[in-house]
Design a protein around this ligand. Structure first.
Ligand SMILES: CC(C)(COP(=O)(O)OP(=O)(O)OC[C@H]1O[C@@H](n2cnc3c(N)ncnc32)[C@H](O)[C@@H]1OP(=O)(O)O)[C@@H](O)C(=O)NCCC(=O)NCCS
Length: 197
């Protein structure tokens, strides 16, 4: 997509645009089955986001077009005692336990693009940009097992499923995935859409 500006922020600087970040979430997740699910409410997301700002290694990369936020990605250095990570137990591949202890895993927590700007390569650029700037040697993420197109996208982008987790008793089931930093997949050219700002 032409005219897309990407920018990177740490937790302290991202706090100043928290409302804008939450507004994009509210638009992207205003679809079934998320709309009716309290786990995905805008208020609970806002709480998770504000908690994430203070976590070690927090970073977000935003995408703007004509000044308007059209999508973003954010993540943190994976805390080795995070419950979803611990719950994977022996499903974690050899080498990743040590990487987590060394704080060498980037946990990509959220990636979202406003519907009017989807399928134009924004998600891919955000994903690649945040990882390109990270020092960790592995990226890990969790994706709801039936959340398409995201689930299929991550597999195409070279992620491997290591097991299934829940983030809370009331959350859906997620596949936990990982990808070594060096494993990349060439992007396909996508056509620009007319309704994106
Ligand atoms: C997942 C998401 C971020 C993708 O953003 P996007 O800007 O549309 O993605 P891109 O245009 O960069 O396309 C990425 C890939 O997905 C494919 N794709 C995108 N939307 C698709 C769709 N609706 N159906 C099938 N394939 C799709 C593209 O063809 C492209 O394939 P490639 O990488 O193999 O070339 C976006 O769909 C979204 O915000 N979803 C809701 C939030 C979400 O589920 N986030 C992930 C949480 S784990």
């Amino acid at each position: 997509m032409t005219g897309l500006q990407l920018a990177r922020y740490d937790g302290a600087s991202a706090k100043g645009m928290a409302d804008e970040l939450v507004d994009v979430y509210a638009e992207v997740y205003d679809v079934p089955p998320y709309r009716e699910d309290p786990f995905f409410s805008v208020a609970s997301y806002a709480d998770r986001l504000h908690a994430a700002f203070g976590m070690r290694g927090f970073e977000t990369v935003t995408a703007r077009r004509n000044g308007e936020l059209v999508g973003y990605v954010h993540g943190v250095t994976l805390p080795p005692d995070r419950s979803w990570w611990v719950s994977l137990a022996e499903q974690r591949p050899d080498g990743l336990l040590g990487a987590a202890e060394r704080e060498d895993i980037f946990w990509l927590r959220e990636l979202m693009v406003r519907p009017a700007c989807a399928r134009q390569g924004v998600g891919r650029r955000l994903h690649d940009a945040i990882i390109a700037g990270r020092g960790e040697s592995v990226t890990a993420l969790t994706c709801i097992t039936d959340n398409e197109p995201a689930h299929g996208i991550y597999l195409r982008w070279g992620y491997t499923i290591m097991g299934r987790i829940k983030h809370a008793p009331e959350s859906p089931v997620y596949d936990a995935m990982y990808r070594p930093a060096g494993r990349t997949v060439a992007p396909r050219p996508l056509l620009p859409g007319s309704s994106c700002p």
